[in-house]
Design a protein. Structure first.
Length: 571
């Protein structure tokens, strides 16, 4: 099936367009409807060639939404819009506009903001993988594209074309795919009848017809007034009849002011980054597409509050899930209540702390949801859509009630989030992977070591390292070539694997929200079927070849323990 690709480049390197849902933010990714309106405007402003109009009507009736293939977005490329004050004549009459041109008079000025983003010299694309009859309209579309001068603000100059490779590949671009279930952005989309709506409301033909009628009516009134006395009555009657006809037609012909078009139909797009995981990189059962929720309210909490946060997040998902009862890949239990034995088979909730930097202090910036790779995205969306998004498809604020710690509020992060710890690739090392990883939260051993640590420390350490290596294989990773364990993490800001024993001597509750007050280490992970806490340690892993994450190991991997982060430079 032939496809269609429309490309354009920003001639100044900047895209200048205001997001209609947030006037202070730039519109990026560019909405498909805005690109279509740029094509329609070029058609209105030129000869309105019939074959070009037919091509636009065909384009608006395509069954699928286009993919967006865009240059890689770098943090900081979005510029903060400055407020400027510009003279406006939009609503001024001819007399006032003439007066405002006099240098001795002060012109009325209104504040305006022009959000923009640096795109650079790389091209942007709308890509329809399947576009029936595209060959029939390709020439007319290409001719129309050549007439487009801007997309968005008048300073957002572009050059547009129909790409010759109808099934082009976009290896150097970031992909935005239509996905209303777990969308990263909401965009205005093209729909059937859009060209007709634009023509009726904003087209040049209705505007020109209105101006023509108004001019004729004014001329007739002047002529009628110039006929003095009793004069030729037949001429007066003819003019009066024509004035009545023109007044009636003018009343039903819209006077179209230069206003921004409004588009009511929106759809969701998912940001994929466009970079496939390297075939040479190992990968666990967990998907690299980590869904990140940023903290937007509530107390500042340390990493040792992990269990409180992950438990509350899981309970919220179970309660608000769009599928009830929650599926097994969410709850982690089979229909008969038995736990799932298939590793990577259910959802994991992980903390996202500020660690690894010179000034890192370990406080939590948000939480992440790690999905099993075998669960298709539409399934995820049906379950999590009602939890994460409101009725308009916008991210909703989720309140996590943490007992004595208060209420912590999270929200699906904006795709352009600048903080590194809230970017999925920070935790996954995708697409190329990394060879060395270190734990941020302690690994809770899947079983108790047989060796006695007090009697033979070396044998105990070797056995623990072997248990962790087996845990890697359990989630689908190759066994590491080297494992090191310690009570301290190699990531700056991460607390000790367990609170110092002297702090635990006092009789305090083992509830996570109360254990958080201990302050220097993670509380023991609650163990089922035994009064003894499983050993938990920080670990360092080195693999023979790069692997991608997220890496979650040990008995607490679904509740935020055993989370690893790549180490820079293989340290």
């Amino acid at each position: 099936m032939p496809g269609l690709t429309i490309g354009w480049e920003y001639l100044t390197g900047y895209a200048v367009a205001t997001d209609p849902s947030n006037r202070g933010r730039v519109e990026w990714p560019p909405h498909p409807a805005r690109v279509f309106m740029a094509l329609a405007a070029a058609w209105f402003e030129t000869a309105e060639e019939p074959d070009e109009g037919e091509a636009l009507r065909w384009l608006q009736n395509l069954d699928e939404e286009p993919q967006l293939q865009l240059p890689p977005h770098e943090p900081g490329s979005e510029r903060s819009p400055a407020t400027v004050y510009v003279p406006v004549n939009d609503r001024a009459g001819p007399a006032k506009m003439a007066l405002q041109c006099l240098p001795s008079l002060t012109r009325s000025k209104q504040p305006r903001r022009f959000p923009r983003i640096w795109v650079g010299s790389q091209a942007c694309y709308l890509h329809w993988p399947s576009a029936p009859d595209s060959e029939k309209h390709r020439h007319a579309l290409d001719r129309l594209c050549a007439k487009v001068t801007r997309i968005g603000h008048s300073s957002s100059l572009v050059r547009m074309w129909v790409d010759e490779d109808e099934n082009a590949e976009f290896a150097e671009h970031e992909s935005w795919l239509p996905d209303s279930e777990t969308a990263d952005a909401q965009t205005r989309c093209v729909s059937s009848g859009m060209l007709e709506m634009l023509t009726d409301r904003y087209g040049e033909s209705p505007r020109r017809r209105h101006e023509e009628l108004a001019t004729q009516l004014t001329a007739l009134k002047v002529e009628r007034k110039a006929i003095k006395g009793k004069g030729p009555q037949d001429r007066k009657a003819t003019i009066d009849e024509r004035i009545a006809d023109l007044s009636e037609e003018l009343a039903i012909t819209p006077d179209l002011p230069p206003v921004r078009p409004t588009v009511g139909l929106w759809t969701g797009y998912r940001h994929t980054g466009g970079k496939e995981v390297s075939s040479a990189a190992g990968q666990s059962h967990f998907d690299t597409d980590l869904l990140v929720l940023a903290n937007v309210g509530g107390p500042r909490l340390p990493s040792i509050s992990t269990l409180s946060i992950t438990r509350a997040m899981r309970d919220t998902i179970m309660k608000l899930s769009g599928v009830q009862p929650a599926p097994t890949w969410v709850c982690g239990h089979q229909s008969n209540g038995d736990p799932l034995r298939d590793d990577g088979g259910h959802l994991a909730v992980v903390p996202l702390p500020f660690v690894g930097g010179q000034y890192a202090d370990g406080h939590l910036l948000g939480v992440g949801l790690a999905f099993p790779r075998k669960i298709a995205r539409p399934q995820r969306g049906r379950v999590l859509g009602p939890v994460l998004l409101d009725d308009d498809g916008q991210p909703r604020q989720i309140e996590l009630k943490l007992g004595r710690l208060g209420v912590w509020v999270v929200q699906k992060r904006h795709w352009s989030e600048k903080r590194q710890m809230l970017r999925p690739e920070t935790w996954t090392a995708a697409p190329k992977g990394a060879r060395t990883w270190a734990s941020v939260t302690p690994v809770v051993l899947d079983r108790f070591p047989k060796q006695d640590r007090a009697k033979n420390r070396t044998a105990w350490t070797d056995e623990v390292a072997q248990i962790i290596a087996e845990a890697c294989a359990r989630i689908g990773l190759p066994q590491p070539i080297a494992v090191d364990i310690d009570t301290t993490s190699r990531h700056v800001g991460s607390p000790r694997a367990v609170a110092k024993r002297r702090r635990l001597r006092s009789r305090v509750s083992t509830e996570p929200e109360q254990m958080a007050s201990l302050g220097d280490g993670f509380p023991p992970y609650p163990a089922k079927g035994t009064n003894a806490s499983r050993p938990q340690v920080h670990a360092w892993l080195c693999f023979a070849e790069p692997v991608v994450g997220p890496i979650l190991l040990g008995a607490g991997r679904y509740r935020g323990y055993g989370l690893f982060k790549p180490l820079k430079g293989g340290q």
